[in-house]
Design a protein around this ligand. Structure first.
Ligand SMILES: [Zn+2]
Length: 254
């Protein structure tokens, strides 16, 4: 091995070479764990230590070995700390992702809930308007002798909206009702919108609360522009309900 070669028969190796040789020897020892077990008596027992040049090597070896041990310990500690830091970072990252995922899920849940609530909400057919002619009010103008719906005050061309979620089952001319839309509501009841100046939906179309279905007008048997609105148990004339009670029962303020 390198550290045993100085026998006196050869020139001492140059400094750099020696250093390299010693380092190599120490490294080799360090690799086997022998360095730590070398003791002074063992070295002293060796013959002609001064001549062999073993002593300087081993002496330096002890120092270097201590340093290497210290370094190894420091490196081990640093590696352990680095691993801990990495694990901490990974855990923090995972926690952040989990929180973000939960926030997203909560947001989606809230959005679904809001949409579900919106779809189940009822609104007035003409926001901000009022009932100008009540349900069952008498008058020569009604073919049945009494009003089967209510009239909402509305100038011609005022947007008319579906009062709730449903499907359009009639959209067209309705005789005395003029241009009308009938919607089968999600709960199985029907709503009807008459005297429209224009119709914006077609049969089979799904509508949501507040969706515009046409514009108010004065088509059909009328004396002036307004919206005639009915709530019914079927799509047909004669199955009418009290529209104001119907809307109020569905949460509409009238
Ligand atoms: Zn009417």
């Amino acid at each position: 091995m390198a550290f045993t070669r100085a026998t006196g028969k050869h020139r001492r190796p140059r400094r750099i070479e020696r250093g390299t040789a010693r380092a190599a020897g120490v490294a080799a020892l360090a690799g086997t764990g022998v360095v730590g077990s070398l003791t002074a008596p063992a070295v002293a027992a060796g013959p002609a230590a001064a001549q062999t040049g073993l002593t300087p090597v081993v002496t330096m070896g002890d120092v270097v070995a201590d340093r290497i041990d210290a370094q190894a310990a420091a490196q081990h500690e640093a590696a352990r700390e680095a691993a801990q830091a990495a694990a901490r970072k990974a855990a923090e990252e995972a926690a952040r992702e989990k929180a973000a995922e939960e926030a997203r899920a909560e947001k989606e849940r809230a959005a679904r809930e809001a949409e579900r609530k919106r779809l189940n909400t009822f609104v007035s057919p003409i926001p901000g308007s009022y009932v100008s002619t009540g349900y069952k009010s008498g008058g020569a103008v009604w073919s049945s002798g009494s009003h089967t719906g209510v009239d909402f005050h509305a100038a011609s061309g005022t947007p008319v909206q579906a009062v709730g979620m449903g499907t359009v089952v009639e959209a067209g001319w309705g005789g005395a009702y003029g241009n009308q839309v009938v919607i089968k509501m999600h709960d199985g009841t029907y709503t009807q919108y008459g005297h429209l100046s224009s119709i914006g939906v077609s049969v089979g179309q799904q509508v949501t609360p507040g969706q515009r279905i046409g514009l108010s007008g004065a088509t059909g048997n009328v004396t002036g522009a307004h919206l005639h609105f009915e709530a019914r148990t079927t799509a047909e004339y004669g199955s009418d309900l009290d529209p104001v009670a119907y809307l109020r029962a569905h949460g509409v303020n009238l």
